[in-house]
Design a binder for this molecule. Structure first.
Ligand code: PLP
Length: 386
């Protein structure tokens, strides 16, 4: 009777008339592909992140693949990343021919553990891909000093961490590359989309070339009215440029990035207060030197304490019309990786625990007060029945 009547879609984006009008006006110019709006979105993003170079692409997966390629990583190399991440992080390593090597995460921050990274370094290690989990920041002091000591490339997976800062510095600007996602559920979205931040100009130029078939940089002038020019293919590139249609959305999403962060922080704080006495564990508050991006609100469900399993709680919430997410079952829990690399979840106990207990509750700037109250009400109703 008191179940909400409309299903609350997990991670639904907040879209305003500004994006809609910009998309319409982009359509009317007839210039849908890569052009002036992409250039503006790159400039805006670069300024927001206080970064050296920004190249827009069509996903974070592409951003990771291009960064790995541009870094010269190849077969025979090893790349260390977190055992708690989205599969795309690991798949991007696999496609380069390099061997993915997993490090466990920290049980509190859910970010890659520097101690575990150290244990995994060999003479073949070429790079580290830390994942700034849920909007939290990895321990960048420790990671960068490991990278310095062993001469490793650092590619930051910032898919959750557009707004995140570590000791006042934006994440994605510590390593050689920072990779961002504008997938629909992310904090700034363009439907599909991504961005690479690069520290040095050479890398940035290479990413730009690789993102468009490997055609020389002048080829990008095909997208302007500077007159016809032949292009040269200088590398076997990929096809992952961003369209102006996507950038039209991103430009306005980015304008509201701080405003939306404050909305999500309020929801986070409300959950923290309301759930304080419930039998599951709450996400840890950010350490004082971290500015959290509040991308995911994740609880851990211990089936003994909650008298129900994580999956039972997910199904019960679904019956209450509340959509949830799981970020993530740990990488070694997936069959392919077990078969291919011989990994077992128990080798990464922190990721295993999180992977089997975590639930992400709705945390989107699109939620209204009633939505948030419905989430709290449903969670309490289910757990207090027990
Ligand atoms: C979403 C996500 C990606 C992939 O982003 P796409 O833009 O969908 O390719 C990579 N890593 C993490 C941690 C993510 O959450």
């Amino acid at each position: 009777m008191d179940r909400r009547d409309r299903f609350l879609v997990f991670g639904a984006p907040k879209i305003t008339d500004d994006e809609i009008q910009e998309v319409i006006s982009t359509m009317k110019t007839g210039w849908l592909g890569t052009g002036p709006k992409v250039a503006r979105f790159e400039a805006d993003f670069k300024r927001y992140k206080n970064a050296d170079h920004a190249i827009a692409v069509n996903s974070c997966t592409a951003a990771l693949q291009l960064s790995i390629y541009a870094a010269g990583i190849q077969a025979g190399d090893e790349v260390i990343t977190s055992s708690l991440t989205f599969c795309a992080t690991v798949n991007a390593i696999i496609h380069s021919g390099a061997k993915p090597v997993l490090a466990d995460c920290d049980i509190m921050t859910q970010c890659i553990s520097p101690e575990s990274i150290l244990e995994k370094i060999t003479s073949k290690t070429k790079a580290i891909i830390p994942v700034h989990f849920a909007g939290n920041a990895c321990d960048m002091d420790a990671i960068m000093s490991i990278a310095d000591k062993y001469n490793l490339i650092v590619i930051e997976d910032c898919a959750h961490a557009i707004e995140t800062k570590y000791k006042g510095q934006h994440v994605g600007t510590f390593g050689n590359f920072g990779c961002f996602s504008f997938y629909v559920t992310k904090n700034v979205m363009t439907g599909e989309g991504g961005m690479v931040l690069a520290k040095n100009k050479n890398d940035a130029d290479q990413i730009k070339i690789l993102a468009l078939h490997g055609m020389s940089k002048d080829a990008w002038h095909r997208f302007s009215d500077k007159g016809y020019q032949h292009y040269d293919v200088v590398a076997p590139g990929f096809k992952c440029n961003m369209m102006d249609l996507q950038a039209a959305i991103g430009i306005h999403q980015l304008k509201r990035v701080e405003q939306n962060l404050q909305i999500r922080k309020k929801i986070w704080d409300y959950y923290q207060r309301e759930f304080e006495h419930l039998p599951f564990s709450l996400p840890v508050e950010p350490r004082s030197h971290v500015r959290h991006g509040y991308h995911l609100y994740t609880i851990l469900v211990d089936s003994e304490k909650c008298k129900m399993s994580r999956d039972e709680l997910i199904f019960a919430l679904h019956s209450e019309n509340i959509g949830t997410g799981v970020h993530y079952r740990s990488i070694p829990m997936h069959l392919y990786y077990q078969k291919e690399f011989g990994w077992h979840p128990s080798q990464f106990p922190n990721s295993e625990k999180i992977g089997s207990q975590t639930i992400s509750l709705p945390l989107s700037a699109a939620l209204n007060e009633q939505d948030v109250e419905d989430v709290v009400y449903a969670v309490k109703k289910i757990l207090e029945r027990k």
